[in-house]
Design a protein around this ligand. Structure first.
Ligand SMILES: Cc1cc2nc3c(=O)[nH]c(=O)nc-3n(C[C@H](O)[C@H](O)[C@H](O)COP(=O)(O)OP(=O)(O)OC[C@H]3O[C@@H](n4cnc5c(N)ncnc54)[C@H](O)[C@@H]3O)c2cc1C
Length: 403
């Protein structure tokens, strides 16, 4: 008899799991509380970011995930937006140069295609950036997706393979019998299946708690603005120097100096900034992002967060000072204390795929791994780092996360 699977959550991880599981011939139903792409996957600016992925599982899955986009572009029934124009982190203080030099050398040793760019090269790639930019680390392997289009294409692929994707269905509790998962309770009645996949992103802790289970998956809110469509002027995905301090790969360098990476805007606003800009094919430029850590999922941008984006971008991208703003929003990304998700069978028949910090590179590939786990085959990547029973620190709401 065909194995039946329920998937909870319609983000990159859930839709990809549905697509690959349905391709294996499994009988798949996906339950999404709002609409496909409602969570972090529909709200992020689309960096497929290998630049700062830690060696080990994170870099392995990101490299595979980056390559998987070629297969998905060929196989999914509807197109999605993908651009392979690299990514950079610029800096505008000469004192930061030795740190970036050391960072690029370390990343080259990790096997990434990276170089250090100078002023003219950065300005050629990023039109509106400040003239006194000193340089940038550049990774040719970084790419960009229009994330909602990827989720929509994965959902269309899953449906084309026979999966049933239902929107507006909230799972309130998991149902067990004799220690084995047998189904879920929802606002639309109970659903039963042989196996259940939890792909509920930043909502996972809440869902697990309702079923008397604990998992330390935290929530980080990031705020974003989108300009109106503008002429094409930013080719790669772009981070500013404030973003460097978010990554252990920078912070652990012998040359690291934290004070050089703290801005006046951060001090005034109280937010750590992940200064970023990325331009989509339709011309809109996504800019951001102040970061904070709500105790529950909170999808509202704040006035002081939006002010911090405006101040930061006017400072570093004077060419965007007069850009019309079309939309603002916030999204919440999930994380664990060791920065890699939980992807494992956590009880008989119950598989967790949650806690993705870098879902754009790892999300679609996670779906492929989930289909291998569901069909009891050896996953094609070593999964030791993401197993359920590893030691994870508890999440402390409000505590700053560094990746
Ligand atoms: C602003 C922002 C910027 C980011 N930038 C990047 C980036 O540049 N690169 C990158 O790789 N990653 C980035 N991320 C992280 C990335 O978005 C996530 O890693 C990824 O989207 C996680 O995918 P997911 O499918 O696990 O979760 P989600 O996309 O959040 O999907 C979970 C889904 O589950 C649904 N759900 C939850 N609970 C229930 C329930 N009880 N019943 C039914 N449905 C439920 C939700 O509605 C949601 O649609 C960013 C995140 C944000 C918010």
């Amino acid at each position: 008899m065909t194995m039946s699977v329920l998937i909870i959550g319609g983000g990159l991880v859930g839709t990809s799991s549905a697509y690959f599981a349905a391709r294996e011939g499994l009988n798949v139903t996906l339950l999404e509380q709002k609409s496909i792409g409602y969570g972090a996957s529909g709200r992020n600016p689309g960096f497929v970011w290998l630049h700062c992925r830690n060696p080990g599982w994170a870099l392995n899955i990101s490299k595979k995930g980056r390559a998987l986009y070629d297969d998905l572009r060929r196989d999914l029934p509807v197109p999605f937006e993908f651009r392979a124009d690299g990514g950079l982190i610029y800096f505008h203080d000469e004192r930061q140069a030795p740190i970036f030099k050391e960072f690029v050398a370390a990343r080259q040793a990790d096997g990434l295609d990276m170089t250090l760019l100078g002023n003219k090269e950065v300005r050629d790639l990023v039109g509106p950036i400040r003239e006194d930019v000193v340089g940038a680390s550049y990774c040719a392997e970084d790419a960009q997706i229009n994330t909602p289009t990827v989720v929509a294409a994965l959902a269309a692929g899953a449906r084309a393979e026979g999966a049933d994707l239902r929107e507006g269905v909230t799972v309130s509790r998991l149902i067990f019998s004799g220690g084995r998962i047998i189904g879920v309770e929802t606002n639309d009645g109970n659903f039963f299946a042989d196996k259940v996949v939890i792909a509920s992103g930043a909502w996972t802790e809440k869902l697990m708690r309702a079923s008397d289970l604990e998992v330390p998956i935290g929530r980080e809110r990031l705020q974003v603005m989108a300009t109106k469509p503008l002429p094409m002027q930013i080719k790669p995905v772009v981070y500013g120097p404030t973003a460097a301090k978010a990554y252990g790969l920078f912070r652990n360098l012998p040359s690291w100096n934290d004070e050089l990476f703290r801005s006046k805007i951060e001090e005034e606003s109280g937010y750590e900034m992940l200064t970023l800009a990325a331009q989509r094919a339709n011309g809109e430029i996504l800019i951001g992002c102040p970061m904070d850590y709500p105790s529950e999922v909170d999808l509202f941008p704040t006035l002081d967060g939006l002010k911090a984006i405006a101040d930061d971008i006017i400072n570093d991208f004077p060419g965007l000072k007069k850009a019309g703003i079309d939309r603002v929003w916030a999204g919440v990304l999930p994380f664990t204390s060791d920065l890699v998700p939980v992807i494992d069978e956590i009880a008989p028949g119950l598989v967790m795929a949650a806690g993705h910090v870098f879902g754009n590179s790892a999300g679609p590939m996670t779906g492929k791994l989930i289909s291998q786990i569901l069909t009891e085959r050896e996953p094609e990547i070593d999964m030791t780092e993401v197993r359920w029973n590893r030691e994870l620190d508890p999440v402390i709401p409000g505590a700053t996360l560094h990746w």
